[in-house]
Ligand binder design. Structure first.
Ligand code: ZN
Length: 294
């Protein structure tokens, strides 16, 4: 099989998987790969990614002009072009709307807590690119800000975008993001994550070469606020000698006081961060809240 035919077949396969896993619905999503230094192979607009055939793909140049194909390239082609322009090491781009990751993107919650070793190693943090109207030039601008330091990102109120040195590595990063979103949601429903300490994060970063991970996930200890995302921000508090640290949970002041008193009385930090109140404490809190309402 020629390289061109193989890449077409790979795009069909990845499209089928995205659709089968529910990462895209209807005609959502788009996929592209570099054919050579000057040309891209791109999914067409207006087709379901689960039912594509190899002949449907378009060939474009790096300005997005169609060179071959009966159909028009994806309406999100500008977002893909922005990635290829800024990242010469990237040979494939996948965009989809996986529902849990997109839920975080809609809620405005980045997946930036250091909680899973494989995510720290492969993606670092997963930021949210600012909202932009799909198919406009705002979207590539929003994505362009993060693309230098991130191989995966959420798109606010829209979906997710992943990049890779080849198509399957870009696709697997989409799987990792959705899996990470699912685990993060469950952990938060169960009372919150325990976060890897910054020291553990740096240790994992040091292992990336060992696993042959070359793509950037540069993590800075304390990036300057508001600095462009050349560096990743990962929530991983410093705790020398410890591998895990508790999540920060912003309790209402009354509850925080109650918990602190409890911990003091018990002579230790509570074993978990679930809030357990006696009937008396609960009544006092409610009375207090009612008083404040008046
Ligand atoms: Zn989309």
């Amino acid at each position: 099989m020629s390289a061109d035919a193989q890449l077409r077949a790979d795009i069909v396969e990845v499209g089928r998987r995205l659709y089968a896993r529910g990462y895209t619905a209807s005609n959502d999503g788009n996929i592209s790969v570099r054919l050579d230094a000057a040309r891209l192979l791109m999914t067409p607009s207006g087709v379901c990614k689960g039912f594509m055939t190899p002949d449907m793909m378009c060939i474009t140049d790096l300005e997005g002009r169609k060179l071959a194909g009966e159909r028009n390239p994806s309406s999100e082609i500008q977002m893909h072009l922005e990635v290829y322009r800024r990242r010469p090491d990237v040979n494939a781009v996948v965009h989809a709307h996986p529902p849990l990751a997109t839920g975080f993107a809609v809620a405005g919650i980045p997946l930036d807590r250091a909680v899973l070793a494989e995510v720290v190693c492969t993606l670092g943090s997963v930021p949210i690119a600012e909202y932009a109207t799909p198919s406009t030039k705002e979207l590539p601008e929003a994505v362009g800000k993060y693309v230098k330091a991130h191989d995966g990102m959420l798109l606010a109120n829209h979906g997710a975008l992943t990049l890779g040195t080849d198509l399957f590595s870009a696709y697997f990063k989409m799987e990792t993001i959705e899996h990470f979103a699912k685990i993060s949601l469950v952990a938060r429903l169960l009372g919150g994550e325990r976060i890897l300490s910054r020291e553990e994060v740096f240790r994992l970063q040091g292992l990336r070469g060992h696993y042959g991970i070359a793509a950037p996930a540069p993590i800075c200890a304390d990036p300057a606020p508001g600095s462009p995302a050349d560096c990743q921000v990962v929530q991983a508090p410093s705790a020398p000698g410890q591998r895990l640290v508790p999540d920060y949970v912003a309790f209402p002041e009354d509850l925080a006081g109650t918990l602190a008193r409890r911990a003091q009385m018990a002579g230790s930090v509570p074993a978990d961060r679930e809030i357990r109140l006696t009937y008396g404490e609960l009544t006092a809190l409610i009375e207090d809240a009612v008083k404040n309402l008046r």
